[in-house]
Design a protein around this ligand. Structure first.
Ligand code: NAD
Length: 499
C-alpha cells in the first residue's frame, strides 16, 4: 500500500476540500431562487457533509430555459462532429485528472469506500463519457429503399431537452449512463441528482463546461424529489425524462409524463435478482459470485443477487463457502480506510428501514445463518454487516421486497422446473444468473429467465458495449451500448421526388 493511498492521505484531502453545493445553470453556479438550502449528513460518520441548494419549480424553470436556449441556438448540436467528440474526450480526461477529488465527493455523499469510488465509480464515469464521445463521428443516418424517382432520408435527430433524474447508489456511473448518450446525440440536459448524492454531479457539470460544453447544454438542479424532480417531470418544455430509481417513483414519472406533454420516458427501476446454483456447479465460483453479487456496495445495487436459489443437497455447503468468502474478502471498514471493500449505508433512515425489514423477516420465520446486524456504531455512521438467511420460501418478504442492504435470502429447490418458476416469480426482471456445469441446461435456463441480463457461471460482468436495463417492473429502455443513443433521438423522414 503506497502512502499516496493511505488513510492519512484521504483524511487530508477531505479536510482540505471546499464543497460546492449550488445549482449549475447556464454555465455557472447559482443559488436557489428561494435562497433555501439543505444539509447532507455524511453516512460514514453522521457528521454534516455538503450544504446544497434546495431547488423548486423556479430553479427548474431557469435550468430548462437555459437548456432550451442552447438547443434552439444549435451551439452544440450543429457543432462539427469532430469538435464535439474532442470536447467529450477532454471532459473524460478531466474527470480522470480530478479522480481523487471526485472519489472523495462520492464517498462523502454515499459512504462507499473511497478506493471503490476511485477505481470503480470515477473510472466508469470517465469511460462512459469517453465511449459516447467516441461515437459522435461514427453515427450515420439512413436512406430508405424507394424507387428511382424519389429519395427518402431517414434522419436520427436529437429530442431537445432531456430531464435526467438519478438515484444515490452509483451517482457518477448512472449520471454518465444518461449524460453520455444524451449529450452525444445533440441534446441539452437538466440533471436532477438524488438529494443524498449531488456533489459529484455538480463537479461533473463544471468539468464538462471547462472541457468546452457550451453554457446550457448541461445543467444540474439539486433538491428533493417532490420539490425538484416532480416539476422537472411535469415540465411542458422537457422532451424526455431518463429516470433511474425505485419502481414506485418510476410509476409516478409515467403519470407526470401523461399529465403534461406526453414526454418520452425511459425507466431503470428496481430488482430482486435470482442467482441459481445447481448441485453440479463449481461451488467456489458460485459462492464468490453470490457473496460479491449481493454484498458489493453494501447491497445498494439495483441488480444485486439478493435471491440465492440453491439445489437443496448443496445448500449447507454453499452457505458455508459464502460465509468464508464474505469473512475473508469483503472487509466492512470505515470508507477512508484503503482496505475497506464495503462501507456505510446511505443514511440513518435507510439503515433503520433495512434493520426493520430484517427483524420483520425473522418474525416471519427467516432463519439467520450469519451477519445482517448493525456494526461500527461508534463511528457515528450507518453500517450493517453482510448477512444470509436460509431455508427461505419465495413468498417471504425478505425474498420478495427490494431491501437495498447487504441481505441475501437463500431459497432451496429440488428440480430445474421449480428453480425457473421461483426465479421468475417476482415483479422484477433486471438480472439473474445460473451456475451449472451442464451447458445445455445453462442455456435453456438463460432463455427461460425473464430478465434483461443473464450471467452463466459468473455475476455482474459488464462493459459499455452491452445494454443494461430490465423487463417487467424493472422498467424499459436501455442504458449503455450503442443502443442507448436511440432513446434520446427521434426519426425524421425527409422525402424528395425527382422528375
Ligand atoms: P428513488 O426512486 O427514491 O429516487 C430516485 C430519484 O427520483 C431521486 O433523484 C429522487 O429525488 C427522485 N424522486 C423521488 N420522488 C420523486 C418524484 N415524486 N418526482 C420526481 N422525482 C422524484 O430511488 P433511490 O432511493 O434514490 O434509489 C434506489 C432505487 O433505484 C432502487 O429501487 C434501485 O433498484 C433503483 N436503481 C435502479 C437502477 C437500474 O439501473 N435499474 C440503478 C440504480 C438504482
Amino acid at each position: 500500500m503506497t502512502t499516496h493511498l493511505s488513510r492519512d492521505h484521504w483524511e487530508k484531502l477531505l479536510a482540505g476540500l471546499t464543497l460546492e453545493g449550488r445549482h449549475f445553470i447556464d454555465g455557472e453556479f447559482q443559488p436557489s431562487v428561494s435562497g433555501e438550502t439543505f444539509t447532507r449528513i455524511r453516512p460514514m460518520d453522521g457528521r454534516p457533509g455538503g450544504t446544497l441548494s434546495r431547488g423548486n419549480a423556479a430553479d427548474v424553470d431557469a435550468a430548462v430555459a437555459s437548456a432550451r436556449a442552447a438547443f434552439a441556438s444549435g451551439v452544440w448540436r450543429h457543432k462539427e462532429p469532430g469538435e464535439k467528440k474532442k470536447i467529450m474526450l477532454t471532459w473524460a480526461e478531466l474527470i480522470r485528472a480530478h479522480g481523487e477529488e471526485l472519489a472523495m465527493l462520492e464517498t462523502i455523499d454515499v459512504g462507499k469506500p473511497v478506493m471503490a469510488s476511485l477505481h470503480v465509480d470515477v473510472r466508469l464515469c470517465a469511460d462512459g463519457i469517453q465511449y459516447y464521445g467516441e461515437m459522435i463521428d461514427k453515427m450515420y443516418d439512413e436512406i430508405a429503399p424507394t424507387g428511382p424517382k424519389a429519395r427518402a432520408l431517414v434522419r436520427k435527430v436529437p429530442l431537445g431537452v432531456i430531464g435526467a433524474i438519478t438515484p444515490w447508489n452509483y451517482p457518477m456511473i448512472i449520471d454518465a449512463w444518461k449524460l453520455g448518450p444524451a449529450i452525444a446525440a445533440g441534446n441539452s440536459v437538466v440533471l436532477k441528482p438524488a438529494e443524498q448524492s449531488s456533489l459529484s454531479a455538480l463537479r461533473l457539470a463544471a468539468l464538462g463546461h471547462e472541457a468546452g460544453l457550451p453554457a446550457g447544454v448541461l445543467n444540474v438542479v439539486t433538491g428533493y424529489g417532490e420539490e425538484t424532480g416532480k416539476p422537472l417531470a411535469l415540465h411542458m418544455d422537457v422532451d424526455m425524462i431518463a429516470f433511474t430509481g425505485s419502481t414506485e417513483v418510476g410509476k409516478l414519472i409515467m403519470g407526470y409524463a401523461a399529465q403534461s406533454n406526453v414526454k418520452r420516458v425511459a425507466l431503470e427501476l428496481g430488482g430482486k435478482s435470482p442467482l441459481v446454483v445447481f448441485a453440479d456447479a463449481d461451488l467456489d465460483a458460485a459462492a464468490s459470485a453470490a457473496a460479491w453479487g449481493c454484498f458489493y456496495n453494501s447491497g445498494e445495487t439495483c441488480h444485486a443477487s439478493t435471491r440465492l436459489l440453491v439445489q437443496r443437497s448443496v445448500q449447507d455447503e454453499l452457505i458455508a463457502r459464502i460465509r468464508d468468502v464474505t469473512e475473508r474478502e469483503i472487509a466492512l471498514r470505515h470508507p477512508l480506510d484503503p482496505s475497506a471493500q464495503i462501507g456505510a449505508l446511505i443514511e440513518e433512515a435507510h439503515m433503520e428501514k433495512v434493520l426493520s425489514m430484517i427483524a420483520a423477516g425473522e418474525r416471519e420465520g427467516a432463519r439467520r445463518a450469519f451477519g445482517a446486524e448493525r456494526v461500527l456504531s461508534e463511528t457515528g455512521g450507518y453500517y450493517v454487516s453482510p448477512g444470509v438467511f436460509v431455508d427461505m420460501t419465495n413468498d417471504m418478504n425478505l425474498a420478495r421486497q427490494e431491501i437495498f442492504g447487504p441481505v441475501l435470502a437463500a431459497i432451496p429447490f429440488d428440480t430445474e422446473e421449480e428453480a425457473l418458476a421461483i426465479a421468475n416469480d417476482t415483479i422484477y426482471g433486471l438480472a439473474g444468473a445460473v451456475f451449472t456445469r451442464d451447458m445445455d441446461r445453462a442455456h435453456r435456463f438463460s432463455e427461460g429467465l425473464h430478465a434483461g441480463t443473464v450471467w452463466i457461471n459468473t455475476y455482474d460482468m459488464s462493459t459499455f458495449a452491452t445494454p443494461f436495463g430490465g423487463f417487467k417492473q424493472s422498467g424499459f429502455g436501455r442504458d449503455r451500448s450503442v443502443h442507448a443513443i436511440d432513446k434520446y433521438c427521434d426519426y425524421k423522414t425527409i422525402w424528395q421526388q425527382f422528375g
